[in-house]
Design a protein around this ligand. Structure first.
Ligand code: SF4
Length: 251
């Protein structure tokens, strides 16, 4: 059984390195004590993990953060995925009062007013629901890949998240985008059709645009902000990417 500390995370990461994806899910479920939560954004990496977790039929819970501002296509792939795998993806939604207060004060698209307003919107739509989703969890599975952006370049397979006192597990950390696409194709994994329309990374509809040829994968997220301000708080301050302050990864 793996303990919840940095040394144990390092040992687990080394063991995960030697396994394929189904083996990684099995090892995590065998080694990490307590509640295991996989948060899916329904993006293509997360669809790969959903496939592996669903087929493992283990004890990992699959949850999503329904910000209320997702693309219609994201809701479509959510329903399609539940139907394809015979699963239910539990949704965590924003607290109604916080949403009403923000919209009253800033307007429905008030996140465009300032970085602070944008972070406040991500705060009640993503960060607070994530905290509820991870309450009491010992392990948090994500679809983060090191190759997604410079901010994620050092993403490990496993790390200890001291702030949340859990193991953050990134079973696709060492996968390339080509690996992901190949897996989806070979295994008939349902995916968001927006990925075929120039959206390598998909978040909330008003904060995501298609990328141009040659742009980085995440260039279409909060594109109006400076690069160093681009974070929504989900992966802030954790050792998942050994990132310097102010350069945290975003989801
Ligand atoms: Fe709000 Fe945009 Fe953040 Fe979604 S991505 S929570 S709409 S600021």
């Amino acid at each position: 059984m793996t303990l919840l500390n940095p040394q144990a995370a390092e040992i687990l990461a080394a063991a995960l390195k030697e396994r394929d994806l189904p083996g990684r899910i099995r090892l995590i479920e065998a080694e990490v004590p307590g509640r295991l939560v996989f948060t899916t954004s329904l993006g293509i990496e997360d669809q790969v993990l959903t496939h592996a977790v669903a087929l493992a039929k283990g004890r990992t819970e699959i949850v999503t953060l329904d910000t209320g501002r997702l693309f219609p296509e994201t809701y479509d792939v959510w329903a399609e995925t539940e139907s394809a795998y015979g699963i239910r993806i539990r949704a965590y939604a924003p607290e109604r009062e916080a949403e009403e207060r923000f919209v009253a004060e800033e307007g429905i698209n008030g996140f465009r007013h300032s970085v602070a307003a944008r972070q406040a919107c991500c705060g009640f739509r993503k960060v607070e629901p994530l905290a509820r989703a991870l309450k009491g969890a010992a392990g948090w599975l994500t679809g983060l890949r090191a190759g997604q952006s410079a901010n994620r370049a050092a993403t490990p397979l496993a790390a200890y998240d001291a702030e949340r006192d859990l193991l953050k597990l990134n079973p696709l950390a060492d996968w390339s985008r080509e690996d992901v696409d190949r897996f989806v194709r070979d295994n008939y994994v349902p995916y968001n059709v927006l990925h075929d329309r120039g959206f390598p990374s998909i978040g909330c509809a008003p904060c995501t645009r298609a990328v141009r040829v040659g742009e980085p994968e995440r260039a279409g997220r909060w594109w109006w902000e400076q690069e160093e301000k681009k974070e929504c708080g989900l992966h802030v301050g954790r050792p998942d990417a050994n990132i310097e302050p102010g350069r945290e990864a975003a989801v």
